[in-house]
Design a protein around this ligand. Structure first.
Ligand code: 13P
Ligand code: SF4
Length: 320
C-alpha cells in the first residue's frame, strides 16, 4: 500500500475561521499578538492588541509556546529576539516595513563608523541587524523619555525615522544626527486636506503619530504613539477627531468610544495610501493557515539575536 510520509501544507479553509483559530490557539498553546493597524477581524480575535512597546512587553512576558504575530516583520523579529525558544509565526513573511527597509545594515554600519563617538538610539521599526548595531532601542511611546535620560554631553545618532527623530529633538532640545529614513504611510497625509477638515469640522481635534512630517504635526492638537492616541481620544471631552495615522486604529477608537466620530486624515492623492500595505497583507485566512501549518516562522542567527537583545533590554529597563 502506498503511504505518503510527506505532510503537505494545508490550503483549505474551515467555514468558521474564528472557531478554528480559537481551537488552534488551545492546541498549540499559542498567543495572538496584534498591532492596532491590523484588519478589524484580526484585532477581534487577538489575545492582546497594542502599540510596539506594549507588544514587545507582552512578548517578553508571555507563557505561550507559540507567538502568532499579527503585525509586520520587525515586530515578529522583536518577539523572537526576546523568545529564542518559542515558535514565532508571521502570517505573511512579506509583511515588511518601508521605514525598516530605508535603513540597510551595510549602509548603516558605514554611517555609524563615520560617527564613532555617538551613542546609537534606534527606533524599534528596524531590522534585527540594525538593532544589533544599536545601543538602545526606543518606540514612539518612549523615545522622548529615553533621550531625556542620556547625559547632555553624549552625542547621539537616531535611526531610522527622521520624522520621529526631528520630533524628539524638538521635545528634548537635544541635537541628534538623524538617519534619513521614513514611513510611506505617515508621509502621505495632505496638510491642505487636514486644514480643510479643521475648517469644516471646527470642533474636531487633530491627533497625529510622530512618524508624520512636521507640516502635519504642526496642526495636531495631540501627538503620540498609537496607544497614546487611542487613550487620548477616549479621555478627551471632544466628540470629533481627525486621525493622522494608519486608520486601522480607528476600529479600537470606535469600539471604546462608540458615540464619537473619527475622521481618517486623507492622503494627498485619492488613494488608499494611508493604509499600511505591509500590515494589511495579514488576513484572517493567512493567520489560520500559519497556525495550522506552523509556518512561516521567524528565524535569525543566535549571534545577531544576542546582540539585538542587549539594546532591547536597555529600552525595557529605561521605560518602566
Ligand atoms: P507605534 O509605536 O505607535 O506602535 O507605531 C508603530 C508603527 O509602525 C507606526 O507606523
Ligand atoms: Fe512601517 Fe509605516 Fe507600516 Fe508602520 S505604518 S509598519 S512604519 S510602513
Amino acid at each position: 500500500m502506498f503511504t505518503n510520509t510527506i505532510s503537505r501544507p494545508q490550503r483549505t479553509l474551515p467555514l468558521d475561521l474564528f472557531a478554528a483559530i480559537e481551537n488552534l490557539k488551545k492546541e498549540l498553546n499559542a498567543v495572538i499578538l496584534a498591532h492596532y493597524y491590523q484588519d478589524p477581524d484580526i484585532q477581534d480575535i487577538a489575545d492582546f492588541i497594542g502599540d510596539s512597546l506594549q507588544l514587545a512587553r507582552a512578548a517578553a512576558q508571555t507563557n505561550a509556546d507559540v507567538i502568532v504575530f499579527a503585525g509586520v516583520h520587525f515586530m515578529a523579529e522583536t518577539a523572537k529576539i526576546l523568545n529564542p525558544d518559542k515558535l514565532v509565526l508571521l502570517p505573511d513573511l512579506d509583511a515588511g516595513c518601508s521605514l525598516a527597509d530605508s535603513c540597510p545594515a551595510d549602509q548603516f554600519a558605514a554611517f555609524k563608523a563615520a560617527h564613532p563617538d555617538h551613542l546609537v538610539i534606534s527606533y524599534i521599526n528596524c531590522s534585527a541587524e540594525i538593532k544589533a548595531m544599536s545601543d538602545i532601542i526606543c518606540t514612539s511611546s518612549n523615545a522622548v523619555k529615553i533621550v531625556e535620560q542620556i547625559p547632555q554631553h553624549q552625542q547621539i545618532i537616531f535611526a531610522p525615522d527622521r520624522n520621529l527623530g526631528r520630533y524628539v529633538m524638538q521635545q528634548t532640545g537635544r541635537d541628534m544626527v538623524l538617519w534619513q529614513g521614513s514611513c510611506i504611510v505617515h508621509e502621505t497625509f495632505s496638510e491642505r486636506k487636514i486644514v480643510e477638515l479643521k475648517t469644516t469640522h471646527p470642533q474636531a481635534e487633530a491627533i497625529a503619530h510622530p512618524e508624520c512630517e512636521t507640516s502635519i504635526l504642526r496642526h495636531a492638537n495631540y501627538i503620540g504613539s498609537t496607544a497614546a492616541l487611542l487613550n487620548y481620544s477616549q479621555h478627551s471631552p471632544s466628540q470629533e477627531f481627525i486621525v493622522a495615522t494608519e486608520p486601522g486604529i480607528i476600529h479600537q477608537m470606535q469600539k471604546l468610544a462608540p458615540n464619537k466620530q473619527f475622521i481618517p486624515a486623507p492622503p494627498e492623492n485619492n488613494c488608499n495610501c494611508n493604509e499600511c500595505p505591509f500590515m494589511r497583507l495579514n488576513t484572517l485566512e493567512k493567520l489560520y493557515l500559519s497556525m495550522k501549518n506552523r509556518t512561516p516562522e521567524i528565524t535569525m542567527s543566535e549571534e545577531i539575536r544576542r546582540a539585538a537583545l542587549k539594546p532591547m533590554q536597555r529600552m525595557l529597563e529605561m521605560s518602566v
